[in-house]
Design a protein around this ligand. Sequence first.
Ligand SMILES: CC(C)(COP(=O)(O)OP(=O)(O)OC[C@H]1O[C@@H](n2cnc3c(N)ncnc32)[C@H](O)[C@@H]1OP(=O)(O)O)[C@@H](O)C(=O)NCCC(=O)NCCS
Length: 407
Amino acid sequence: MATTPADLDVRATMPHEHRTACDTMRAALLTEPISDADWERAAPSWEPHTSFTAWDGARCVGHAGAFHFHTVVPGGERVPTAGVTRVGVLPTHTRKGLLTRMMHQLLLASYAEGKAIASLRASEAVIYGRFGFGMAGGSHALSIDTRTVRPLRGAASGSCRVLQIDEVLDVVPALYARVATRAGAVDRPGFMWRRSLQHLLDRSKPEFVVVHSDADGTDDGFAHYRLAWGENSIGANHNTAEVIDLFGDGAAAELAVWAFLTDIDLIHTITTNSRPIDEPLWRAAGDMRAVNVTSRFDEQWVRILDAEAALRARSYRPAAAVTLSVIDPLLSDNTGTFRVSTDGVHRVSGQADLTVGIAALGAAYFGGTSWHELWAAGRIDEGSEEAARRADDLFTHWPATWCGTFF
Ligand SMILES: CC(C)(COP(=O)(O)OP(=O)(O)OC[C@H]1O[C@@H](n2cnc3c(N)ncnc32)[C@H](O)[C@@H]1OP(=O)(O)O)[C@@H](O)C(=O)NCCC(=O)NCCS
């Protein structure tokens, strides 16, 4: 007899079920079951992690989880965040409402844990809007021609050193924590570093970390990069470097790291999967056409879990107050009208300037999607173009929001 949705159970995952849940999620994402060696490395990341699974009898058929970390918001405060991850339902069990049930439990649990927002990276852009996630900030993949990008303007003076492998874990996580301060940046738990630096640390790939220090000798930027000889590259002399991470204490420090990378002998192209949409390299380049956007990604999907706490945590530009009426069918505490100004955020009654669903608030939260864009795209339920512009006067924030961490 065919299974009906009523026969399927959704519940918190028990610790001894983590590996099964991991294999289910990997199968949904079209990858092989995890090997013993990889599970040994991955298991610690399943411990401090909120996890819900779907079951058809004894068979695990779906998973949705969340890491616990903080996200920088405009003004520099860090808000507690549910980093939604490891989402998948086996193809035998899709479209029976299992993700809906797991996601609702995950969002309710995350709110109860005191998280102000949930954030995720989506495999497909059509999945998460229905759960109240809005696209809060994008990123660009770049391809850079190192022969024409130089000379670069604006690079800080100082010096660069390439780290020895045994220095990397002592230097890089602490430097990242100090300099990754754009709105949207997240703190990276140790397991994320072990994963992203794995090939460098186990010497299995030609990966390196360069650190830039300012004129006083204080480290202020770094890049983690990988080199590759191109096919027939000795004759063609065309090799590529891939930048995995590049963070600095402001644009000048990042440009100093770019100046180092774009000057490495034998490298003619640098690619990178994720840079902010206002990457300074473009305008700093000798020839701006040396910096090509090869794709754009809807990087940050944000779901506001506690509207009052989230709105209070960020800063605003000096401008007239705006009232937002927010509708949230799942987390009813968020439904209400908020007066937002540089004097604070207060619940009020009466007519609002803009009426929006919780997904629109998530999209606009970091200033990475303008209220005007939302208005123009029909994503504001009620309110005028003029009110959307006034809301932008308060919410706009530079540099552009960008996370740069995939989870
Ligand atoms: C995405 C995924 C988890 C959805 O799980 P699911 O259990 O089928 O989702 P639900 O049944 O709860 O669907 C809820 C609604 O979303 C829609 N939906 C879900 N996934 C969708 C998709 N990939 N494309 C279009 N619509 C989708 C459903 O049609 C349904 O719509 P309805 O309410 O109008 O009927 C599942 O398809 C999957 O595992 N995909 C492959 C792995 C993946 O992409 N994971 C996400 C990683 S970020």
